[in-house]
Structure formats: structure tokens, C-alpha cells
Write a protein that binds this ligand. Structure first.
Ligand code: NAD
Ligand code: LMR
Length: 329
């Protein structure tokens, strides 16, 4: 029996991440090797032609799972019937722009997209926000979609999670696949807290296995937290293929579930767990099953971790207050 295609909407489809992401979605890596997909691409009018070029290349790949590609410059149409929404397009910070200007410019994008998702997306819609500032953009979109369960809006910290796995695997001399229970807490920003106390190598705390507090504090945490800036410095452009890969991982794990004895990092709406104010979209350790996520409960948080989680969560609260002041939520 042929399955009904899953509708995946990608915004910012003509951008760098879009170019690295679309081919992986169309090849089946997002949802699975037996799930046909229909792509709906959203771009601003000036970039529609470039998106059409990408759609021509998608055609030329003859992906067996790709059942169609449509391109829009109108959010309401782009999210009609959407099952999976990948919100990648955002307004990057340009010279002379203050953080408040950036939040306001992105509010102009994520408010109408939240409204469009509310109006026309499928009942089972799952939303991943990649465009920065991702957590707060997700909060803006979610607050304009009152008919969609808040938990369906998530933001991406899987790239930070993957960066943390890579750094730890190199330091400990183990394979990435030997590491379990990595966590990124808080905001997708330089205040994020990658946690090695709950991560495990061979069933033992990764912090204990490494046994080097100075490396953890002065090397590991800043390297992971500032990796985005380091990539921009080296490449002259922000991470693209690794960001697309993390977006694929995020949705694949959400839909297909975490492995027994493991969890992942996702920025999800807080229910007050671990002292994170209710309603903030913050990164937590989460397990997923049958397309639903759950925050891992009962972890002991020592003073070192507490201070770092609080710092990142305070930044999220400040961003929330700023967009509230601007009337965006
Ligand atoms: P890019 O500038 O190459 O592409 C962005 C695209 O979005 C452009 O084609 C632009 O036309 C489009 N766009 C702008 N406004 C739009 C709108 N209203 N509707 C639809 N499309 C719109 O940028 P990129 O490198 O692809 O990065 C995209 C975003 O992802 C940036 O905000 C970047 O900071 C962020 N990012 C997040 C992470 C993460 O881990 N969460 C990692 C890397 C990059
Ligand atoms: C990243 O983590 O690579 C990006 O979010 C960096 C950025 O500021 O675009």
C-alpha cells in the first residue's frame, strides 16, 4: 500500500541551511526510508527564483520518496496542511543592529508564521524553529497559535548537543556512539550549558571519566557554547550543513523516538521543571516516544550546574520580556 505523503514546509528554503536541508528531507532521512514527503517551500518574493532553482535540482535527483515541491511567498498558503514545519528563514543581525531590533525584525516573521500554522496546518503539526534567536522566535510563533498545543513548538539545540558529543568523544577517546545522556540546558546562545555530569560513558558520569574539571570549565563549555561564532569566524558564514544535519536529527528523534537508556536535547515549552519558569522555551533533556516528547525528571542539579542553568534561563526570560514589551507575544 502506498502511504500518504507527509507535508513538510521549509521556510528560508533558498538560504544556506535550506540548500543543505532540502535534499536530506527529500531523500527520506528526516522521517524514514518508507515515508513519502511533499515539500512546501516558503521564501520572501526576492528569493523565490532561487528557491525555484533548488526545486529544479530536487527534481533532478529523482528521489523516489519526493511526491512534489511547491513554492510560496505567502505564509498562509505555505503552511496549509503542514505536518512538519521547519522554520529556518530569519532576519540575521546586520551592522548597527541592536538585540532589540533583531527581536523586533524576527517578530515580524514569526508572528504571521505562527498565525498561519494556527490557521491551516494539520492537526498533528510539529514545528522546529532553527532561525535565530531560535528559542524566542519559537515563543513568538507559539503565542500566535492558540489552537495548536504549545508542546508542538520546539527550537533547535541539537546542533549544540552534537557539538558537545563531538568534543567529549575526542577528549575521552571514545566513539560518539559510546556516549549517552548528553544535555544542553537553556538558550541556543553563548549562555547555554552543556552538562557532562549527567552524560555517561560506559554507564559512568562523563565528568568523572574525563576527570579534568579545568578542561570541563575552561575548554569544553566555552568551546561548545561559542562554536557558532567560531564557525562564522572561520567560514565567513554561519554553520549550514551541520545545522541542517541537526535539524534532521531533531525531527527524526521526535518522530521515531529516543533509544532506551538515552535522551536528547530539545528546546521545549517549560512546565516549571528544574525551576525554569513555565512557558519559556528552554532546552532540556527529553525523551521521545510515539511522536511526543517528555522532559526527563528527577536529575540532581549541583551548585555548579544550577548557576549555569540559571544564567541561561535568565537570558531567556529577558528575551521574553523584551518581545512582550514590543507587543510580539
Ligand atoms: P541565510 O541568510 O542563508 O538564509 C535565510 C533565508 O531565509 C534567506 O533565503 C531569506 O530570503 C529567507 N527568509 C527571510 N525572511 C523570510 C520569511 N519571512 N519567510 C521565509 N523566508 C525568509 O541563513 P542560513 O545560514 O540559512 O541561516 C538561517 C537561520 O538559522 C539564521 O537565523 C541562523 O542564525 C540560524 N541558525 C540557527 C542554528 C541553530 O542551531 N539553532 C544554527 C545555524 C544557524
Ligand atoms: C550556530 O550555532 O552555528 C548559529 O546559531 C550561529 C549564528 O549566530 O548564526
Amino acid at each position: 500500500m502506498t502511504r500518504t505523503p507527509v507535508t513538510v514546509t521549509v521556510t528560508g528554503a533558498a538560504g544556506q541551511i535550506g540548500y543543505a536541508l532540502l535534499f536530506r528531507v527529500a531523500s527520506g532521512q528526516l522521517l524514514g526510508p518508507d515515508v513519502p514527503v511533499r515539500l512546501r517551500l516558503l521564501e520572501i518574493p526576492q528569493a523565490v527564483k532561487a528557491a525555484e532553482g533548488t526545486a529544479m535540482e530536487l527534481d533532478d535527483c529523482a528521489f523516489p520518496l519526493l511526491s512534489g515541491v511547491d513554492i510560496f511567498d505567502d505564509a498562509t498558503k505555505a503552511f496549509e496542511g503542514t505536518n512538519v514545519a521547519l522554520l529556518v528563514g530569519a532576519r540575521p543581525r546586520t551592522k548597527g543592529m541592536e538585540r532589540g531590533d533583531l527581536l523586533e525584525a524576527n517578530g515580524g516573521i514569526f508572528k504571521p508564521q505562527g498565525e498561519a500554522i494556527n490557521a491551516g496546518a494539520a492537526d498533528d503539526v510539529k514545528v522546529l524553529v532553527v532561525g535565530n534567536p531560535a528559542n524566542t522566535n519559537a515563543l513568538i510563533a507559539q503565542s500566535h497559535a492558540p489552537d495548536v498545543p504549545a508542546g508542538r513548538f520546539t527550537a533547535m539545540t541539537r546542533l549544540d548537543h552534537n557539538r558537545a558529543l563531538a568534543q567529549l568523544s575526542r577528549k575521552a577517546g571514545v566513539a560518539v556512539s559510546d556516549i549517552r545522556k548528553m544535555t544542553i540546558w537553556g538558550n541556543h546562545s553563548a549562555t547555554q550549558y552543556p552538562d557532562l555530569f549527567h552524560a555517561e560513558i560506559g554507564g559512568k558520569s562523563a565528568a568523572e571519566v574525563v576527570g579534568d574539571q579545568s578542561w570541563l570549565e575552561n575548554d569544553f563549555i566555552p568551546t561548545v557554547a561559542k562554536r557558532g561564532a567560531a564557525i562564522i569566524e572561520a567560514r565567513g558564514a554561519s554553520s549550514a550543513a551541520s545545522a541542517a544535519s541537526a535539524a534532521v536529527d531533531h525531527v527524526h528523534t521526535w518522530v521515531n523516538g529516543t533509544a532506551d537508556g538515552d535522551w536528547t536535547s530539545m528546546a521545549v515549552v517549560s512546565d516549571g521543571s528544574y525551576g525554569v519558569p513555565e512557558g519559556l522555551i528552554s532546552s532540556f533533556p527529553v525523551t521521545t516516544k510515539d511522536g511526543e516528547w517528555e522532559i526527563v525528571q528527577g536529575l540532581e542539579i549541583d551548585a555548579f550546574s544550577r548557576a549555569r542553568i540559571d544564567a541561561s534561563v535568565n537570558e531567556l526570560a529577558e528575551e521574553r520580556d523584551a518581545v512582550r514589551k514590543l507587543g510580539l507575544i
